[in-house]
Design a protein around this ligand. Structure first.
Ligand code: NAD
Ligand code: MG
Length: 382
């Protein structure tokens, strides 16, 4: 089935790969959005001829409007533009490839319109998963994960009609560039080393999250929300080869896994075509040339961000939004060379100690928890 897409975050790593899939598989693009990259948005709009192109930044939107003045594409700015792209009538599928909690309101807007959500923006589920999943159920919006681990689980669950038959979800983790290092060694790592992921090429924020293992903690919470699983039914195993993308163990002891090359085109494409499968651009996996598959226990004490995320997964309420907001602020400071690698977990831990969590939050409570956590991080650094 050919889909008509609205791609939120089309200039990013997932956004660009989504357009690769769209081109290879013949899906249409009705809207695309960027934060600031007017030049790239122009090239994408000339190739895909969407009805709407959005640059959140107003100066970038002015620039883009001039660049596209000879085309049919309408250009909008700001969050209003994002919300319009998320609810465009002709788009049946919204790919949420924005990084961070900035993706929350646009995701909710798409859910409210009953769109299929191809969800890459995990921070939205970490902060507001219960609210988003409940709203999606109410509006009949399918949320299909793009994150490779969650896509693997989603694929393994096809044909499972009773979630009670699931004993546990097993999420694999590459371990990132610093796997096996001690705290002393982690105190010396640089930004350049953190940005060099061994297996995946991704945006800067998620690459740093993969180095701290916060990414795996966020994915643990994402899995709880997507599959309505309690924390005790989810396990993380380190799998350095990034070939087994995740697994599901059933009550009879059978374990199903999804294997593939480390190529996001496959989970992106499956989120668009599910329940169908079609040929596409993903690199095939050559089993005869694979390294041996290994599985090890993660270390949430050395990789403190993972430990903190698991504590918040247990705690629930706004604690996961505080965790996420503090982490977004701390990672941004790390990328600006303002703090060290280990300061990221220190700042997140201090924000969690300072900002009191609340239970059963509404959207405004969640956004307030996010703001308070960011403010706490900036206060500590000052
Ligand atoms: P990226 O940094 O490469 O791209 C981010 C996109 O979001 C860009 O298009 C940018 O313009 C846009 N953006 C940034 N801030 C914004 C804001 N405030 N408002 C609106 N738009 C904004 O990131 P990415 O690696 O593509 O990751 C995107 C999302 O997908 C993240 O949530 C990430 O965790 C998730 N994800 C990524 C991968 C991957 O392989 N890259 C894998 C799994 C999940
Ligand atoms: Mg992942």
């Amino acid at each position: 089935m050919k889909r008509t897409l609205s791609v939120l975050g089309s200039s990013g790593s997932i956004g660009r790969q989504t357009l690769t899939v769209a081109e290879a598989c013949g899906h249409r693009v009705a809207a695309l959005t960027v934060n600031r990259s007017a030049e790239l948005a122009e090239a994408q709009a000339r190739q895909f001829r969407p009805r709407l192109a959005v640059a959140v930044d107003r100066a970038a939107a002015d620039d883009l409007r001039v660049r596209l003045s000879d085309t049919e594409t309408k250009v909008l700015a700001g969050e209003e533009g994002l919300l319009e792209a998320a609810s465009l009538p002709e788009a049946d599928t919204v790919v949420t490839a924005i990084v961070g909690v900035a993706g929350l309101r646009p995701t909710l807007a798409a859910v409210d319109c009953g769109k299929r959500i191809a969800l890459a923006n995990k921070e939205t589920l970490v902060c507001a998963g219960e609210l988003v999943m409940a709203r999606a159920k109410e509006r009949g919006a399918d949320i299909v994960p793009v994150d490779s681990e969650h896509s693997a689980i989603f694929q393994c669950l096809q044909g499972c009609h009773d979630r009670g038959e699931v004993r546990r979800l097993i999420i694999t983790a590459s371990g990132g560039p610093f796997y096996g290092k001690s705290c002393e060694e982690l105190s010396l790592v640089t930004k350049e080393q953190a940005l060099r992921h061994p297996n995946w090429s991704m945006g800067a924020k998620i690459t740093v999250d993969s180095a701290t293992l916060m990414n795996k903690g966020l994915e643990f919470i994402e899995a709880m929300r997507l599959y309505e699983m309690p924390p005790e039914k989810i396990q993380i195993v380190v799998h350095r080869e990034s070939i087994v993308h995740s697994l599901v163990e059933f009550e009879d002891g059978a374990i199903l896994a999804q294997l593939g090359s480390a190529d996001m085109c496959l989970p992106i494409q499956y989120a668009l075509t599910w329940p169908e499968r079609t040929p596409g651009p993903a690199r095939p996996l050559d089993l005869l040339n694979c390294p041996p598959l290994t599985f090890q226990r993660p270390d949430p004490d050395t990789f403190r961000c993972l430990g903190l995320a698991l504590e918040c997964a247990e705690r629930g309420g706004t604690s996961t939004a505080i965790l996420n907001g503090a982490n977004e602020a701390a990672v941004a400071l790390f990328l600006e060379d303002q703090i060290s690698f280990l300061d990221i977990s220190r700042l997140v831990e201090r924000a969690l100690a300072q900002v009191a969590p609340m239970d059963c939050p509404g959207l405004e409570d969640i956004l307030e928890a996010d703001r308070a956590a960011r403010a706490a991080v900036h206060d500590f650094v000052r």
